[in-house]
Design a protein around this ligand. Sequence first.
Ligand code: DGL
Length: 267
Amino acid sequence: MNRDAIGVFDSGMGGLTAVKALGEILPHENIIYFGDTARIPYGTRSRQTIQRYTQEDIAFLRRHPVKMIIAACGTVSSMLGADSPVDDMPFTGVVYPAAHAACAATKNGRVGIIGTPATVASGSYETAIHTIDPSVDVTAMACPLFVHLVEYGYTDPDDPITRLAAEEYLTPIREADVDTLILGCTHYPIIAPVIGQIMGEGVKLISASEEAAKYAKKCLEEQDLLTDSTERGHNVYYVSDSVSMFRDNARHFLADAVNGQVFSSRI
Ligand code: DGL
C-alpha cells in the first residue's frame, strides 16, 4: 500500500484525458499533473528536443511524492526507447497499452492510427502492434491541426472547422477499411464524437489515454502500490504557463471544473 500520488505529464492539457480516466477507475488515488503549456506543441519538434523536454518533465514530477509516472502524451511515449526512463518506480507511456487494446479489438486485422507528426513519423504504434501481432495491417495518419483545435476549444461535434479537418485526415483511413482506430494522441478523445461520426459505427475507437490509465491500475495492483485510502483522491496541477488559461480549457478535458489546486511552475 502506498499513499503517494500518481504523477502524470503531457505537453499541455491532453494528458487530462488520462487524469479523467484515472479518476474513474482509481478514485481514491492522488494525482500530481504537470502540463508543459509554455512549450506545447511537442509533436512538431525534433526527437532530441522532445527527449530533453521529457527528461525535464520527469525530473519535475520526481521532485514531488509520486509512486508511478505516466507519460500521458503520445508524442513523448513515441520517443522513448524500450527502456523505462525511471528505474525505481513503475512507468508507462500510452503506446504499448493502446497497441495491446487495438490488437485485442480488431476482427478484420486492419488498424488505423492517428497522432501528431512526430508520433506518426516515429512508427512507434506500428512497431508495438507488430511486436504483438505481425499480421495486423496498419494505416497511420498525422493530424497536425487536431492538437491546436482542441487546445483552443474547437471541440463541439458540429464545429465546421474541426469537421473539415477531420474529414481531410480520416478519409484515407476510412478507405483502408480499418475496424479499429487508435486515438494515438491524448488530445484526441476530446473530439472522439466527430472522429466516430466520420469513421462510422463499425469502427472501434481506442483511447490511448484510457488504455494507459487501465495499464497503470494493473501495475499498481501487481506491485501492491494502490492506496488504502477510502476517500476521494486529491489532484494537484502544475503548468509551465498561465494558470487561468489552464483552468478555462481544462474543463473540456475533465468534463467538469478543475478539481484541485493549480500552480504555475518553472521546470
Ligand atoms: N497530447 C500530446 C500527444 O499525445 C500532444 C502533442 C503535442 O504536444 O503536440 O501527442
